[in-house]
Write a protein that binds this ligand. Structure first.
Ligand code: ATP
Length: 356
């Protein structure tokens, strides 16, 4: 199946410094990124996202392990010998050159024929919808327009893989949303493999075919946005992406006996594993009358109105807190008040037993 894999990191370790000040920016990372996919590396600041991108670009070499492109080991190839390009957060445009000159720069450096340079530049400017700006200096453009120039310039030499290091973080929220759609369109139209770095979970969920969630130099989980959100592998992933209720309990015969009383049915394939933590998303928690049989008893501690929905905070018998998200349009909060005693149910299949 190697023909469908564009980029692979095999047991990549990257250490900076030595002795007491040594940092393992990447701690045995293995990942296979498929041809033509939009793959996102997601994680908090300092988890090693940029370091992994720099190993793929060739700006750094791994302390051990290897990087493969189309099945070929490129670990010691210099950046200019790799069919890979990078778009940085800072854009790194040439301010004294025009938009068209910025886009054609890489092609000219490669010594491509003049007619080809002109044709490709025109095509790239059309792709990012900047034909009308071709003759302007990049210093005369808005942030969003500069970002488009940076993208066109990186795509012009037709790299096999485009690396994007937080390319939208300098833009304001509205423009960032527009550029998210734009980036996804560019990736679909060009069919180029995109490896995108962000610490923004919403950005990762909305744009990616697959996401690799990173923490402390490791990739903790790889999967599609839905997999990652509905089936987080561990507590870090569950809390980094979206909001989650964590409930302690004991796993026995396909049910988790909760510390707060009551029990939840979980995937039958799970074996008895003693003490576990169950994760349930707030939108999967249902509030029912306290009198309903088998419902988990709870007391409302707070109701917070958010416009589209209301968050209902509740305390369980063991003191643990559960939050339910109630949609305003179905007036789910009608009749609820602080101090009220209610029952809780979880949507079928919503409870996820977490590994460590
Ligand atoms: P951010 O989102 O803040 O850019 P990141 O997830 O991209 O973070 P990296 O930039 O890859 O993280 O850094 C991972 C770790 O390696 C951090 O602890 C960082 O301080 C360290 N590090 C990165 N580059 C170097 C370097 N050249 N020398 C020493 N330490 C480094």
């Amino acid at each position: 199946m190697t023909e469908t894999i564009a980029v692979e990191a095999r047991n990549a370790i990257k250490a900076f410094g030595q002795g007491d000040v040594a940092v393992r920016a990447l701690d045995d990372v293995s990942v296979q990124i498929r041809k033509g996919e939009f793959f996102t590396l997601l994680g908090p600041s300092g988890c090693g996202k940029t370091t992994l991108l720099r190993l793929i670009a060739g700006f750094e070499t791994p302390t051990s392990g290897s990087i493969l492109l189309d099945g070929k080991d490129i670990t010691s190839d210099p950046p200019n010998r790799r069919p890979v390009n990078t778009v940085f957060q800072s854009y790194a445009l040439f301010p004294h050159l025009t938009v068209a000159q910025n886009v054609s720069f890489g092609l000219q450096m490669q010594g491509r024929p003049k007619a080809e340079v002109t044709a490709t530049t025109d095509r790239m400017l059309a792709l990012v919808r900047l034909e009308a700006m071709a003759g302007r200096k990049t210093s005369q453009l808005s942030g969003g327009q500069q970002q488009r120039v940076a993208l066109a310039r990186a795509l012009a030499p037709q790299p096999k893989v485009l690396l994007l290091d937080e390319p939208l973080s300098a833009l304001d929220l509205k423009l960032r949303k527009e550029m998210q759609t734009e980036l996804k369109r560019l990736q679909t139209e060009t069919g180029i493999t995109f490896i995108f770095v962000t610490h923004d979970q919403e950005e990762a969920l909305t744009m990616s075919d697959r996401i690799g969630v990173m923490s402390a130099g490791k990739i903790l989980q790889i999967g599609g946005p839905r997999d990652i959100y509905t089936r987080p592998a561990n507590r870090f992933v569950a809390s980094f992406i979206g909001e989650t209720n964590f409930l302690p309990g004991t796993l026995r015969d396909g049910r988790v006996i909760l510390a707060s009383g009551g029990s939840i049915e979980v995937a039958a394939t799970l074996r008895n594993a003693g003490n576990v933590t169950v994760a349930v998303r707030p939108e999967q928690v249902r509030i029912v009358p306290a009198t309903e049989p088998d419902a988990l008893p709870a007391t409302i501690t707070d109701l917070v109105y958010f416009g589209t929905d209301t968050h209902c905070h509740m305390a369980l018998a063991d003191g643990s807190e559960v939050v339910a998200r109630l949609q305003s349009s179905v007036s789910g909060e009608a009749g609820l008040e602080r101090g009220g005693r209610v029952g809780l149910r979880f949507a079928p299949g919503a409870a996820q037993v977490l590994g460590e």
